[in-house]
Design a protein around this ligand. Structure first.
Ligand SMILES: Nc1ncnc2c1ncn2[C@@H]1O[C@H](COP(=O)(O)OP(=O)(O)O)[C@@H](O)[C@H]1O
Ligand SMILES: CC(=O)N[C@@H](CCC(=O)OP(=O)(O)O)C(=O)O
Length: 289
């Protein structure tokens, strides 16, 4: 009986959060390094389906970097990253689109549907969802072209709003399109930030393969909360590096565009999304204004 009462207590702890998020949009980014096992994938999809059934509007943006790298190897194409972004020539773009749209997106849509959700897959080409131009990065102060990597100019949020506010769960692959119809590869955290901003989401949650932001890679201690200013300081000091940079910048963009809360959490924890949203303490790092 005691166990049963505890279970009821857990549900009641969730009540204020369920009330606060009813009818609101939550953007979730699920990344390649957190997609490590079928069991975890299943638990993420269950969480998202549950959110939908209790009246939240989840929008899922996915990555798939490790899968792209694996596919490129089959074609004997080496993966090269500059400032955390994949150098994307025409052939790499073709493989990236094949993997992200043809494989990863459809796998996620199918899994969500098996859990009882009604998922619909998109990439930035569909309905010109993500319009972009060529992105140029800076290396040692010099502007450097890294190929078909997109800088987002606009997210056409109307299509997403229609779908997410209805009974469907949009699932977005990080591929953008330019004015001439050419495809571009975009970091999935950046896409999540832009989508959350365009939708004026209540919350954005980025799943990754570490517990949250830490003061050093080997530390066990997670920073529970940081401000935008503190986050920039940690980037300047070289404490936040590599793949964590686009995540933090994605959170900052979303916050500046009116998203209330942004979180970086450990996607390796079963049901991490529910733990973040529906418990008083939450998990991972919250970046706030
Ligand atoms: N300060 C930091 N705290 C935690 N992780 C960090 C930090 N700086 C860099 N990282 C790295 O960022 C990685 C997450 O980014 P990435 O590998 O691109 O994730 P994903 O595949 O989930 O998008 C972590 O595995 C970690 O090695
Ligand atoms: C430009 C760029 O780097 N694009 C990423 C897109 C996928 C991605 O972001 O996947 P994760 O979230 O799993 O890392 C890439 O090609 O790997």
């Amino acid at each position: 009986m005691e166990t049963l009462i505890k279970k009821a207590g857990t549900l009641i702890e969730a009540l204020p959060y369920i009330q606060r998020l009813n009818g609101k949009t939550v953007v979730i980014k699920y990344g390649g390094n957190a997609m490590i096992s079928e069991e975890l994938k299943n638990s993420v999809m269950e969480d998202i389906t549950l959110l939908k059934y209790i009246g939240v509007n989840p929008v899922l943006v996915h990555g798939g970097g490790p899968d792209i790298t694996k596919a490129l190897k089959l074609y004997n194409i080496e993966s090269k990253f500059i400032n955390g972004l994949r150098v994307t020539d025409a052939q790499t773009m073709e493989v990236a689109q094949m993997v992200l749209v043809g494989k990863t997106n459809k796998e996620i849509v199918s899994l969500l549907n098996c859990k009882g959700g009604k998922a619909v897959g998109f990439c930035g080409i569909d309905g010109k969802l993500i319009e972009c131009e060529r992105y140029k990065t800076t290396v040692d102060g010099v502007e450097t072209d890294i190929g078909y990597v997109g800088k987002i100019r606009n997210v056409n949020s109307r299509l997403l709003e229609l779908v997410a506010k209805d009974e469907y769960i949009p699932v977005i692959a990080p591929v953008g399109v330019d004015m001439e119809g050419k495809s571009y590869n975009i970091n999935a955290d950046t896409v999540a930030g832009a989508v959350a901003s365009a939708l004026k989401a209540e919350k954005m949650i980025l799943l990754t393969d570490v517990e949250g932001i830490k003061y050093s890679k080997d530390s066990d201690e997670v920073i529970p909360e940081i401000t935008i200013k503190e986050a920039y300081e940690l980037i300047d000091k070289g404490i936040i590096t590599g793949g964590m940079i686009p995540k933090v910048l994605g959170c900052i963009e979303a916050l500046e565009q009116g998203v209330s809360r942004t979180h970086i959490i450990d996607g390796r924890i079963p049901h991490c999304i529910l733990l973040e949203i529906f418990t008083n303490k939450g998990i991972g790092t919250m970046i706030k204004n």
